[in-house]
Design a protein around this ligand. Structure first.
Ligand code: HEM
Length: 434
């Protein structure tokens, strides 16, 4: 067993410095990883979760010893999603997951390409030449419209003003905050908005039930699979809210980070636009794939996986997590581990060229094992289609890309936003990139 340096005052000072200079807990996590290793405990009063990272730990948590961990927790995520697939375990989880998998199967993706393009164009039709847009906001609109139409057959364009604030509030509700240290801290300002979001989802369910009674529309979307299985409205609401949040906040972060990184790397931006312009219709541009993969490596939208140990688990050199303890496996630290990745902090899409491989479980932006992201194929196809469409239709000029930093919300988000001055290209060259 290695000596525990996590409570050493020098480490404490370095952690504090990193926090102040980076304005995010990611810096302190990196300091702890550098000084203590792939297994450490966060040294905060009242909050001492274990953090593990690296391929061996990821394999253990996601595959070989996954049954020793619970996803269900005592936190705002579980409070909000109730019995959503993300926060249930065992047979209950497997049942929901099986019901929803067909709608997100890779074979379904071509059926979604048209709506992904249409909803992207819908949002950009409001853009004016010379306007500065925030890609974090515009990406969210696009991702929301896509998930609502693909999974629930709802065109949410006219609903955006009604659901925008409730959705942002729901995301804020589950983001890290003072509740981590003081679980019972009062949290005013959410109830009204969370109720409004529920009311919206229950309306969609009721409308669909009415349509079935009236023998209208042979729909086979995700919502229909849940209804056909005979789930009560409350459990359908849980799955819808889970898919709505997990299925759009992640894609929003990915889209925004791609534009942030392109803004910071003009040469790669120019090469990507050239590649898209020159590619054949329906081909799969290589650099676009590599840019998306590298963005997911540096800024994984879900940067950490949250678990409770249901049994004692031993890691590395005999370090043990006791029953009932909270544990996080860090996707962020695994994907920036300098012993695995050359120039680990550099944006270098070429590292994924020619299908170049890294050790198993060292690249895990979608988690892994039986509970890997259910929307991984959907999310990647969406990113390819939306980014290609945007770069083919518009020129993007970044505004202060050097000021962007990662913020740990429900996802890892580029703050204060990704501001781009846009202008419509003269000869836009539209092709599908599924
Ligand atoms: C760039 C896009 C996305 C990223 C990076 C991402 C990332 C992840 C990760 C890392 C996990 C596993 C977390 C853990 O092990 O604790 C996960 C699970 C999940 N994701 Fe995604 N996701 C993305 C898109 C989507 C989409 C589009 C959907 C739905 C339409 C979705 C729905 C889910 C659900 C329901 C789970 C829980 C699965 C289960 O427990 O069985 N995600 N995602």
């Amino acid at each position: 067993m290695k000596p525990d340096t996590s409570s050493d005052p020098h480490t404490g000072l370095a952690v504090l410095k990193a926090f102040l200079s980076e304005r995010s807990p990611l810096g302190p996590l990196r300091v702890m990883a550098e000084r203590v290793g792939r297994f450490f405990q966060v040294p905060l009063p009242g909050f001492k979760p274990y953090i593990v990272y690296g391929p061996e730990a990821a394999r253990k948590v996601l595959v070989t010893e996954r049954d020793k961990f619970l996803w269900r927790n005592h936190d705002p995520v579980t409070d909000l999603l109730d019995h959503g697939v993300l926060v249930t375990d065992g047979e209950e989880h497997d049942r929901y997951r099986k019901l929803m998998e067909p709608a997100l199967h890779p074979g379904q993706l071509p059926a979604y390409a048209g709506l992904m393009l249409r909803q992207t164009d819908r949002v950009t039709a409001t853009w004016q030449d010379g306007q500065t847009v925030d890609m974090l906001v515009e990406g969210r609109k696009i991702a929301l419209l896509i998930v609502m139409e693909a999974l629930f057959s709802v065109d949410a364009w006219d609903d955006l003003p009604r659901i925008w604030t409730p959705i942002l509030k729901a995301i804020d509700y589950i983001s890290p905050g003072a509740w981590i240290l003081w679980r019972k801290i009062p949290r005013p300002g959410y109830k009204k908005h969370l109720k409004a979001l529920d009311a919206y989802l229950y309306e969609i369910i009721a409308k669909r039930r009415a349509a079935i009674t009236n023998h209208q529309l042979p729909i086979t979307d995700l919502l229909q699979h849940l209804l056909d299985a005979g789930l009560p409205d409350e459990r359908i609401r849980d799955q819808m809210l889970t898919m709505l949040i997990a299925g759009h906040d992640t894609s929003t972060a990915l889209l925004a980070w791609v534009f942030a990184l392109l803004g910071q790397h003009p040469e790669i931006h120019a090469r990507l636009v050239r590649e898209l312009d020159e590619s054949e219709a329906d081909s799969r541009p290589r650099l676009l794939d590599e840019v998306i993969k590298e963005t997911l490596r540096l800024y994984p939208p879900i940067h950490i996986g949250n678990r409770i140990a249901a049994e004692e688990v031993t890691f590395g050199e005999g370090e043990t997590i006791p029953v009932g303890a909270r544990m996080f496996y860090s996707i962020y630290l695994t994907q920036r581990d300098p012993s695995i990745w050359e120039d680990a902090d550099q944006f270098c899409p070429e590292r994924f060229a020619h299908g170049r491989k890294t050790p198993p479980s060292s690249y895990i932006p979608f988690g892994g094992g039986p509970r890997a992201c259910i929307g991984a194929a959907f999310g990647q196809a969406e990113a390819r289609i939306v980014i290609a469409r945007l770069l083919q239709a518009f020129d993007f000029e970044p505004i202060h890309p050097e000021k962007i930093y990662p913020h740990m919300g429900a996802t890892l988000e580029p703050r204060p936003g990704v501001f781009m001055k846009i202008s419509r290209r003269q000869s836009s060259n539209h092709k599908s990139q599924i």
